[in-house]
Design a protein around this ligand. Structure first.
Ligand SMILES: Cc1cc2nc3c(=O)[nH]c(=O)nc-3n(C[C@H](O)[C@H](O)[C@H](O)COP(=O)(O)O)c2cc1C
Length: 461
């Protein structure tokens, strides 16, 4: 594949494809208005560049970059149907970063009198948010002991001219931060905003044990990530990012961070670590990237990273595994697993495996291979007609909850397996009705040839 050198090159590619990128020229405010425009389409909308954000002349704001599966595939140079497998294959190899001297991200360097709000068009999203939040910041820390870079996307609240609050709930950065704090040391953190799409995807990949996330980014793009030395920290930063913020945590300090409207659609506030900003560098004519919480983009990014792992491991470990899909809109909490199974126990074992592999999963529905597991209606039909709740629903109690699930009780949750597969002993009751293949083929021909294709999509298969 040909790597996109930076976010700009990817946007230039989108520009060439009708309907993938739109420019909005009307002025919008960074408080609420910009986010409302970027987040307007709940699914399938284009990437949006806001050319005129009030108060920030010279800046452009871009959103919904990876808002569709099609654009994720484009970013990786893969066909849509091979995104999960291609992503997993590349991620397992790893391609370490390289150091460069000349870096676009150093075109403007600010190390004194830093004022984040004056410098960057950080957006405020929802009516109950505590203030402006960076939502597409790829946070990087270097672990001297292991020689690995730790990456993650973490929400960052602008709390003052050079002060940020950061939600560090997930590994690896949360673990790395806790280790630094236990030594009484600040954690040096670079925040790269507006990175090439492969690096954004790699930031939330599952990297335990294998190549680190910078090496995963290199493998995903097919070229090493170019890095350049930070101005004020002992680490390297992505050379082609639009913006890099350099910062250190203050050991032992926690402050209220939030409320902030999260990906699950609710507001959450935490007592979170605080960062002191030591430098900001950015490109000229900069682009500020935003991910609208609870929009399709965050879910898309997460679902690629989780689904590719699940598809791979379930494929290896589960006999008769036919496929796996997250239920859109559930932020990867709900999934459907499709099996050609011998008995009911096999369905439950497969669901338990999925729950164990992915800590975010809360509900797994198992269906037979005659059900379209990617269709919510078909899956609901299988649950309605094949599942007896007293027999086929398994509730697992007292498991760790995901941090942004408002229904969790003291950090714990129950999880559920819904076995919507046919009981083999009475399989004859569950033969799906369908017309004979020849009649079906004739009907398709008639609709195609005599009705101009109208109605083909509505036909039941
Ligand atoms: C859009 C987006 C926002 C995220 N925000 C946070 C955050 O604020 N805090 C956090 O700890 N993890 C956040 N994450 C998850 C982390 O980036 C995490 O490192 C990554 O998903 C890997 O963790 P996992 O194994 O739980 O998936 C976010 C992920 C995405 C896609």
């Amino acid at each position: 594949m040909m790597a996109f050198q930076d976010l700009r090159q990817f946007l230039a590619r989108l520009e060439d494809i009708p309907g993938e990128l739109v420019h909005i020229h009307r002025p919008v405010a960074p408080q609420y208005e910009a986010a409302a425009v970027l987040g307007f389409h709940r699914e399938g909308g284009p990437t949006v560049i806001l050319e005129n954000v009030r108060g920030y002349p010279g800046w452009r704001v871009v959103g919904n970059v990876l808002g569709t599966r099609r654009r994720v595939a484009l970013a990786l140079g893969l066909a849509e149907e091979e995104v999960n497998t291609g992503y997993f294959r590349r991620k397992s190899t790893g391609l370490p970063p390289v150091t460069v001297n000349a870096a676009p991200v150093k075109e403007v360097v600010i190390t004194r009198e830093i004022d984040l709000t004056a410098l960057l068009p950080v957006l405020t999203y929802h009516e109950g948010d505590a203030g402006p939040y960076l939502t597409a910041g790829v946070c990087l820390a270097y672990d001297k002991a292991s020689g690995r870079y730790h990456l993650g996307i973490h929400r960052l609240q602008v709390k003052g001219p050079d002060r940020l609050g950061i939600l560090l709930a997930n590994p690896p950065l949360a673990t790395h931060f806790a280790a630094a704090e236990a030594r009484g040391a600040p954690l040096e953190l670079a925040i790269a905003v507006g990175v090439d799409p492969a690096l954004l995807l790699a930031a939330v990949s599952r990297a335990a044990g294998g190549p680190d996330k910078l090496a995963i980014a290199g493998a995903l793009r097919g070229e090493p990530v170019p890095l350049v030395r930070a101005e004020t920290l002992e680490l390297m930063v992505p050379a082609t990012a639009e913006i890099v913020i350099e910062a250190r945590t203050i050991p032992g300090v926690r402050e209220r961070e939030g409320p902030f409207g999260e990906s699950t659609g609710y507001y959450f506030a935490f007592e979170s670590p605080v960062l002191e900003v030591t430098a900001v560098t950015h490109r000229t004519q900069p682009l500020y990237q935003a991910i609208v919480p609870a929009g399709p983009e965050g879910e898309n990014i997460l679902s690629l990273c989780s689904a590719s792992d699940l598809q791979h491991y379930l494929g290896e470990l589960v006999e008769g595994f036919c496929g796996f899909a997250f239920v859109p809109g559930t932020y990867c909490f709900h999934a459907v697993l499709c099996l050609k199974k011998k008995n009911k126990a096999a369905a439950r074992r497969a669901a338990l495996l999925a729950l164990a592999l992915d800590p975010r999963l809360k509900q797994v529905v198992v269906v037979d291979d005659d059900v379209d597991f990617t269709s919510s209606a078909d899956v609901a039909w299988a649950v309605a007609t094949r599942c007896q709740p007293d027999r086929d629903v398994v509730v697992l109690r007292d498991l760790p909850a995901y941090v942004i699930d408002p229904s969790a009780v003291q950090g714990m949750t129950a999880k559920v397996i819904i076995d919507a597969t046919k009981p083999p002993a009475i399989a004859e009751r569950f033969v799906r009705i369908k017309p004979p293949p020849a009649a079906r083929a004739l009907a398709e021909r008639i609709w195609r040839e005599e009705a101009g294709g109208r109605g083909l999509r509505c036909a039941s298969s």
